[in-house]
Write a protein that binds this ligand. Structure first.
Ligand SMILES: Nc1ncnc2c1ncn2[C@@H]1O[C@H](COP(=O)(O)OP(=O)(O)OP(=O)(O)O)[C@@H](O)[C@H]1O
Ligand SMILES: [Mg+2]
Length: 370
């Protein structure tokens, strides 16, 4: 077990802080990167993602903390001393060189023999599906093809780790989704560790083995996509990754299997423990609209339906909680197959299971930026 763990952690980010003057761009970040994983760094603009990637690449050094690769401290080692590949947002291809020469470039720099260069370039172009385009110039390719050339160039020298900073953000939505699948396949085939930066939540959920969420230079949570989506540890993460409806509850009481708290006239229950006052949160897809009040085993809030929009497989509802003094706008997503027309004149309840409820404290929110 211990041996596995040792081998597992290819790269260790240990308490890294990066200050620019008095501004803290990264604040005591620690991450163990597992060999072969697809780790995504996700967070709002300015949260420190590129700063961390640059430190990993060796283009920048931390103010405090260490970077350990396979047990060796590489914090102060130059970029050339780390066998890391890099793919940036722009394609950064040499415009006057053919695709094959672009891809061969890192091998020429490393003085790999010509015949070996040819073999490796042909192999990597085959893998990224560009064999037919080897003799073209970058401008003769589409954006997606150019980004695959950049990927091939970063993979051709078998890097230990591939660092990707928003590689898909310059592409339109369809191409982006197509390339996401390509990146996933290429990651599987090459078995290289990918550290991928994005601020696109859907992209992070679709691609990653784990997601690290940043806010204001801090690592807020790191987990697999399902865990981080279904069990966000803070309100910030819950709101950043997907949508969530939040109910401010008071008079919170704890029992062995969870808490309950008052939201207007309603008593809302949730697993977990939290101090008073708190938020009870629930994802839109876990809520259902009912014309009759359910029994007390379910959470339910009386609502007014403001708008219904049909989206093919789903129906999206915009609602207002009637008990709340404030205008608490809620959204619910229901499968279209469960949807029946309803009488807007009659009272309705928005219901969900206690087990689908999340709880968050109301303290420290300014600090977290929620
Ligand atoms: N060289 C620098 N000098 C001063 N401040 C910097 C420098 N580099 C980055 N910063 C600041 O550090 C913070 C984090 O920047 P960073 O580029 O890491 O953000 P990011 O998460 O990659 O954002 P984006 O999603 O917009 O790319 C920002 O507030 C930025 O202004
Ligand atoms: Mg960035």
């Amino acid at each position: 077990m211990f041996d596995d763990q040792l081998q597992d952690n290819q790269l260790q980010v240990i308490g890294i802080t990066r200050k620019f003057g008095s501004f803290t761009a990264l604040d005591d970040v620690s991450i163990d990167v597992r060999r072969g994983e697809f780790l995504t760094l996700l967070g709002p603009s300015g949260s420190g993602k590129s700063t961390l990637l640059n430190i990993l690449a060796g283009f920048d050094a931390p103010t405090e903390g260490r970077l350990v690769q396979d047990g060796h401290d590489v914090t102060r080692k130059p970029a050339e001393a780390r066998n890391f590949g890099m793919v940036f947002q722009g394609y950064a291809l040499f415009p006057h060189m053919s695709v094959a020469r672009n891809v061969a470039f890192p091998l020429r720099v490393r003085k790999v023999p010509e015949s070996e260069q040819k073999r490796r370039v042909a192999e990597v172009l085959e893998r990224v599906g560009l064999s037919a385009h080897a003799d073209k110039l970058p401008r003769q390719l589409s954006g997606g093809q150019q980004q695959r050339v950049a990927l091939a160039r970063a993979l051709v020298f078998s890097p230990d780790v591939l660092l990707l900073d928003e590689p898909l953000s310059a592409l339109d939505k369809n191409l982006r989704e197509q390339l996401q699948l390509e990146f996933q396949r290429i990651h599987r085939e090459f078995k290289t560790t990918f550290i991928f930066v994005t601020h696109d939540q859907t992209e992070a959920l679709a691609l990653s083995s784990r997601i690290a969420i940043f806010n204001r230079g801090r690592l807020m949570q790191m987990d697999g996509p399902t865990d981080i989506y279904t069990r966000p540890s803070s309100r910030f993460v819950a709101e950043f990754l997907g949508q969530i409806n939040l109910f401010r509850v008071e008079n919170v009481t704890s029992a062995k299997d969870g808490i309950s708290g008052r939201f207007g006239e309603c008593l809302l229950a949730a697993p977990g423990h939290v101090r008073d006052p708190a938020w009870v949160g629930v994802r839109p897809e876990n809520m259902r609209l009912k014309a009759t009040q359910p029994d007390a085993s379910q959470n339910a809030v009386p609502v007014t339906v403001n708008a219904v929009s049909y989206h093919g497989p789903t129906v999206l509802l915009s609602l207002t909680a009637a008990t709340d003094g404030t205008t608490n706008v809620l959204s619910a997503t229901m499968p279209a197959s469960e949807w029946t027309d309803f009488d807007a004149q009659k009272p309705h309840w928005l219901c969900w299971s206690r087990d689908d409820s999340l709880v968050f404290p109301q303290e420290n929110e300014a600090e977290q930026g929620a």
